[in-house]
Design a protein around this ligand. Structure first.
Ligand code: NAD
Ligand code: MG
Length: 393
């Protein structure tokens, strides 16, 4: 058995961009961190390769059809890692196989396991922002009731967390300023965006990320989701959350207090910093990221207002937050469908906000007290957006 001070970490979304960064930090600290559960969606080969390297106790594959390949592949590799189908993920996350959970599955598919970690009182490193957008109130309540501590794994929210480590003592907080890189199309007007390709949209100037969040960054929906995420994480109304475009992506966000002080966190754009904050907290541990040399980075920090005409997704997200109830769930689901259709070249870039707006108009906000109501709003929005794709193609 392992020493009690070793943190046993479940990495959900292990084959993804955040998962890879988390495993990189974990592998730097064999004396204090251990990858005990690895979960992925469907890429069995990549998951087995990670198991060879990190020797987890458990490996989970979401795609049921891929389970036999995982089980046989682990056996053939001579590993004693136990294979599990996705249906066992929530129980593994809630059980004693881990005390820390990196929730880095992409999209609403991450909600059940994220909720399971919150209810079970785990140290929750929350990258899966869609679960907060879809069910933020329920998730925050589950974390509170379950005794889970949440460290946000989104560079902006991790920055705010570092500036505001005691989330319950921020009476003096006046506003939150989320920074945005502006994405690959910053400075372009709306008309010029009609013909951009998925390849152009995922080529982010500052961050290397999975395809879905990369497209979200290009539309600024990512920043919109982050506004809703910040509202839930820091119990702050949308009117006190601002967005500032900062192309260098070195200032990760700012927090302003009633006394006129503004605190910010700066660093190179590398998610291993945020992951090391979460994995080591309250201690600071090595992440593999070097310090910031502002002169080497060009010696300047620029800021500008976001262009809501070229990037209406940001406005749609602020509106959905203000409407409340099921509106953020509808926004998120329609966006997932629209981004997937864009990546498959079924619709153009400008159809992403159009599909989201069309879905929100057809499914106005309703009260959302339960997970069932939110799940139904999510399903209806997906159905509406799928059916609307042909109209927007
Ligand atoms: P990615 O596409 O690189 O990885 C997604 C991971 O989720 C993969 O490992 C995939 O196998 C797994 N997955 C998908 N469906 C699954 C299922 N049903 N069961 C189990 N695993 C499943 O995405 P990413 O860029 O790593 O982003 C992951 C999450 O983190 C997203 O919610 C994103 O918004 C958030 N996030 C990412 C970054 C970043 O820098 N990449 C920054 C902030 C927040
Ligand atoms: Mg972010």
């Amino acid at each position: 058995s392992t020493a009690p001070d070793i943190r046993e970490v479940a990495v959900l979304g292990a084959t993804g961009s955040i998962g890879g960064s988390a495993l990189d930090v974990i592998a730097r600290h064999p004396d204090r961190l251990r990858a005990s559960v690895l979960a992925a969606g469907r890429n069995v080969e990549a998951l087995i390769a990670l198991c060879r390297r990190h020797r987890p106790r458990h490996a989970v594959i979401g795609d049921a059809a891929a389970f036999p390949a995982l089980r046989d592949g682990l056996r053939a590799a001579g590993l004693d890692t136990r294979a599990h189908p996705g249906s066992e993920l929530d129980a593994l996350v809630a059980g004693d196989a881990c005390d820390t959970v990196v929730a880095a599955i992409v999209g609403a598919a991450g909600l059940p396991s994220t909720l399971a970690a919150a209810r079970a009182g785990k140290r929750l490193l929350l990258a899966n922002k869609e679960s907060l957008v879809l069910a933020g109130e329920l998730l925050m309540r589950a974390a509170h009731e379950g005794g889970a501590s949440i460290v946000p794994i989104d560079s902006e929210h991790n920055a705010i967390f570092q500036c505001l480590p005691d989330a319950h003592a921020h009476g003096g907080l006046r506003r939150i300023v989320l920074t945005a890189s502006g994405g690959p199309f910053r400075g372009r007007d709306r008309a010029s965006l009609a013909a951009v390709t998925p390849e152009q949209a995922v080529a982010h100037p500052k961050w290397s990320m999975g395809p879905k969040i990369s497209v979200d960054s290009a539309t600024l929906m990512n920043k919109g989701l982050e506004v809703i995420e910040a509202h839930h994480l820091f119990d702050t109304p949308g009117e006190r959350i601002d967005v500032l475009v900062h192309p260098q992506s070195l200032v990760h966000s700012l927090v302003e207090f009633v006394d006129g002080s503004t605190l910010a966190q700066l660093g190179l754009p590398d998610m291993r910093t945020a992951l090391a904050v979460g994995l080591g907290w309250p201690e600071r541990i090595e992440s593999g990221v070097s310090g910031l040399d502002l002169l080497a980075q060009g010696g300047r920090l620029d800021f500008e207002a976001p262009d809501l005409e070229a990037f209406p997704c940001l406005r749609l997200a602020f509106d959905a937050l203000a409407a409340g109830g099921t509106a953020p769930a509808t926004l998120n689901a329609a966006n997932e469908v629209a981004v997937s259709a864009f990546l498959q070249r079924q619709v153009g870039f400008l159809s992403i906000p159009a599909l989201v707006e069309d879905t929100l108009a057809a499914h106005p906000a309703a009260a959302a007290g339960t997970l069932d109501v939110l799940a139904e709003a999510d399903r209806q929005a997906r159905r509406h957006a799928e059916a609307a794709i042909a109209r927007f193609a």
